[in-house]
Ligand binder design. Structure first.
Ligand SMILES: Cc1cc2nc3c(=O)[nH]c(=O)nc-3n(C[C@H](O)[C@H](O)[C@H](O)COP(=O)(O)OP(=O)(O)OC[C@H]3O[C@@H](n4cnc5c(N)ncnc54)[C@H](O)[C@@H]3O)c2cc1C
Length: 447
């Protein structure tokens, strides 16, 4: 239902920028835009539409799944961090580019229509799903707090059940974890879950080798992003920890108590994580605009071609990579944050404040935390592994979380973890339904 008051205000009120999504790109854009407008004494309203009242620092979700970090510490409060922004905790359901409106809904009210003078689309991405029977019911992703918490709790719950199980086959199934996707997110996840399971076995006094971990990927190497040498090292360290890594392999089918691999092997299990890459957020599909690999096409100035008042960035946008002509920038937080700042600059320029600039950033490499005493990193082309990489990785994440209070909490947690063992408490915070792709990521149709 249209919001009549909202429409009446717009005839005379200040200009309005609506930002959809509060991830790395939307957050950085809102923060910089507010500062730029304040400096210029401009009263343009900045509205942030987002389903959660926090910005999620996703690179630490594997640590949440592994029980190392409290989920509150990776959630940056928008109310605290962006006091000048008008926050609307809701989901953008559809966007009318001709009438310049966005229709939003939340649990608390029906559809509302918001008008905008400038629109910034930063709704990020969701897990890329395939037509694998049973995937939507029995697989879980790693994009949200609900998914990360569920994976931790599911593993601990299954380990508890296995302890009391008389049937060796069922016990073995409960003690088996399958992760599909061996790029950095899936690999970090399996390393953290392995460490959690090892702690459990040590405290319950049985051999950790009884808990089986399987990492699958259709690619021919793990984490190709970090280059051959580091990738080989990761392979050997993870195999040394008893993780069964099968390359050139995926799932053919999932059921409640087993999966079938693409080579036909049946693996009994109750815990399956699907971390095989991402595609643009579902709302982009309502726009009827040109897309590239599931992402919205934009120019190097992050404007949507043919729509001068519409901008997009982050995982949601196919941004030309000016450092590698012909390519688009990869979906990483590193690019999303920097694109958020350029979005702010270019939106402000479109409002008559400052000048626009194209997006250009040379990739600075990755940092990948792989559980106890091991990490790999390739900052600025340097190849690091082991403890030096661990130090760089932890320092980088602590620095990159965009709020002091969260940084403080994460630092204290890392220090505490250095002298205590992982907590194994099972709080039952997330139900199986809340952690499905549909409920937690909003994937309703095939993505
Ligand atoms: C487990 C994991 C580990 C990662 N590790 C790294 C790493 O180490 N380094 C790195 O560079 N990158 C990493 N990434 C990738 C990084 O998280 C993404 O590239 C980054 O989050 C993209 O930022 P974004 O702002 O485009 O989207 P997101 O951060 O995904 O934010 C999108 C926002 O839009 C909101 N939204 C979605 N749909 C709607 C809608 N319809 N209406 C309103 N709001 C909506 C979402 O709720 C969210 O707030 C990792 C990702 C994962 C999942």
């Amino acid at each position: 239902m249209p919001d009549a008051e909202n429409r009446a205000d717009r005839a005379t009120g200040p200009r309005r920028v609506v930002i959809v999504g509060s991830g790395f790109a939307g957050f950085a854009c809102a923060r910089k835009l507010c500062r730029t407008l304040a400096r210029a004494g401009d009263d343009t309203e900045v509205v942030l539409v987002t389903p959660t009242d926090y910005m999620l620092y996703t690179p630490l979700l594997p640590d949440v799944a592994g029980g190392l970090i409290d989920p509150r510490f990776v959630a940056v409060s928008l109310t605290d961090a962006l006091p000048r922004v008008r926050l609307i905790v809701a989901t953008a359901e559809s966007i009318d580019l001709d009438n310049k409106t966005v229709t939003v809904t939340s649990d608390h009210h029906g559809p509302r229509e918001l008008t905008w003078d400038r629109l910034v689309l930063t709704p990020g991405s969701v897990t890329r799903l395939f037509d694998v029977p049973g995937l939507r019911e029995h697989g879980r992703g790693l994009k949200t707090v609900a998914e990360a918490l569920y994976l931790r709790e599911q593993l601990l719950r299954q380990l508890e059940l296995a302890d009391h199980e008389e049937d060796p086959e069922i016990r073995r199934a409960r003690r088996t974890v399958v992760v599909v996707g061996a790029s950095y997110a899936g690999t970090e996840l399996i390393a953290q879950l392995r460490a959690l399971a090892d702690s459990y076995a040590a405290r319950r006094g049985f051999d950790p080798a009884e808990i089986r971990f399987l990492l699958l990927d259709t690619a021919d190497r793990v984490m190709p992003e970090v280059g051959e040498k580091l990738s080989d090292q990761v392979l050997s360290v993870l195999r040394g920890r008893g993780i069964d890594i099968r390359l050139g392999m995926s799932l053919r089918e999932l059921a409640a108590d087993h999966v079938v691999l693409t080579d036909g092997t049946t693996v009994p299990t109750h815990t399956v994580a699907w971390v095989t890459g991402v595609t643009g957020a579902p709302v982009l599909g309502t726009l009827d605009l040109p897309m590239e690999r599931g992402r919205l096409k934009v120019g190097a100035d992050l404007r949507v071609p043919g729509h001068l008042d519409v901008f997009a960035g982050g995982d949601a946008a196919a941004v030309p990579d000016l450092t590698q002509p012909g390519k688009i920038t990869p979906p990483t937080a590193q690019h999303a944050t920097r694109q958020g700042k350029v979005l702010a600059r270019n939106v402000a320029a479109s409002l008559g404040i400052g000048t626009a600039a194209p997006y250009k950033h040379r990739d600075m490499g990755l940092v990948v935390d792989l559980g106890p005493r091991f990490a790999v990193a390739n900052p600025l082309g340097l190849r690091l592994s082991g403890l030096p990489a661990k130090a760089v990785t932890r320092a980088y994440h602590t620095y990159a979380v965009p709020r002091g209070l969260n940084r403080w909490a994460i630092t204290l947690t890392y220090l505490t973890n250095a002298v205590t063992s992982r907590p194994l408490t099972l709080l039952g915070l997330v139900s199986p339904e809340e952690s499905t792709f549909r409920a937690s990521e909003g994937i309703r149709h095939h993505a």
